[in-house]
Design a protein around this ligand. Structure first.
Ligand SMILES: Nc1ncnc2c1ncn2[C@@H]1O[C@H](COP(=O)(O)OP(=O)(O)OP(=O)(O)O)[C@@H](O)[C@H]1O
Length: 272
């Protein structure tokens, strides 16, 4: 089905999406977002399950990244951005005017589409956030955290001989795992991933996917992906976005095998 025929669907059979009753860490309530006059999200209600991988899927421009970046208030840097509604993490109101943005970014890490290590050594890349986060920390402790987090990101064995060489000399996949290791140094509760594999080859992609499956035991993971196979492989929960609305959200198996709406069926069939 092409875009033209989709546009003829005036009232897609859309099911109400309500927060589910499970052990959630993040709750999104009646969330709307705008860039200037352009509304990017409409009345989003969703819970994010703790120690699970939640994937945001949907066509380009439907609001996935906007919602992801709303969780850690990254959109605040865009002057035209405004929102209504509420997002909480446990008891912390992430959308409050009084919210401590540094504290939010400490509890909610982020990994971006393009690997973005700092132009310095692997070790310095790791040391910098550790020093920002912990005052008066000694060299031995820093070294032990660096080694531990590089191991957690399944990178240590590959970089232990070149810790003091430029991070920019690593492969794309290694750079992305370094960015993940860097995010782990601050011991976040949640890590947001914005299409983390889109710049990587299949082997590097599989390594990141394997890593995310391990990391979810300790962290909550939210990932934006255009790769349906990736969502199928790793996601526990999937939210399907269309034109700024969350049309369906549920367990991955249900979303991929028994969608409630024609819209999701069409999307999964690659019809738009
Ligand atoms: N910085 C911005 N300034 C103005 N409008 C923006 C900005 N970022 C996003 N938008 C608009 O908000 C809407 C939602 O964009 P968003 O990036 O959240 O969608 P997306 O589903 O993540 O898209 P993609 O899959 O292509 O990354 C789009 O209409 C987009 O043009």
């Amino acid at each position: 089905m092409g875009e033209a025929s989709l546009n003829t669907v005036k009232n897609p059979s859309k099911k109400e999406v309500h927060p589910e009753n499970y052990d959630s860490i993040i709750s999104i309530q009646q969330y709307n977002a705008w860039y200037g006059n352009n509304q990017a999200l409409y009345n989003v209600n969703m819970n994010i399950k703790k120690n699970a991988i939640t994937a945001f899927i949907g066509p380009s421009g439907c609001g996935k990244t906007t919602l992801l970046r709303s969780i850690n208030r990254m959109n605040d840097i865009i002057s035209s951005f405004k929102f209504t509604g509420r997002i909480t993490m446990n008891d912390m109101d992430l959308t409050s005017n009084k919210a401590d943005l540094l504290e939010i970014r400490r509890k909610i890490g982020m990994v971006f589409q393009e690997p973005n290590p700092f132009p310095m050594s692997v070790y310095e890349n790791m040391k910098l956030p550790i020093l920002e986060n912990m005052k008066n920390i000694g060299k031995t402790k820093i070294e032990s955290i660096v080694a531990q987090k590089l191991q957690d990101a399944v990178l240590y064995d590959e970089v232990m001989e070149r810790l003091h060489k430029s991070a920019l000399k690593l492969s794309g996949g290694q750079q992305q795992r370094l960015c993940i290791a860097r995010a782990l140094t601050i011991d976040p509760d949640v890590i947001l991933f914005d299409e983390p594999c889109s710049a990587l080859d299949p082997i590097a992609t599989f390594k990141i996917e394997d890593l995310l499956m391990v990391l979810k035991q300790k962290y909550t993971i939210v990932i934006v992906t255009h790769n349906m196979e990736q969502a199928r492989r790793i996601a526990d929960e999937v939210a399907f976005f269309y034109k700024g609305e969350v049309i369906e959200k549920g367990p991955s198996k249900k979303i991929f095998t028994a969608p409630d709406t024609e819209l999701l069926e069409w999307y999964l069939a690659g019809r738009f």
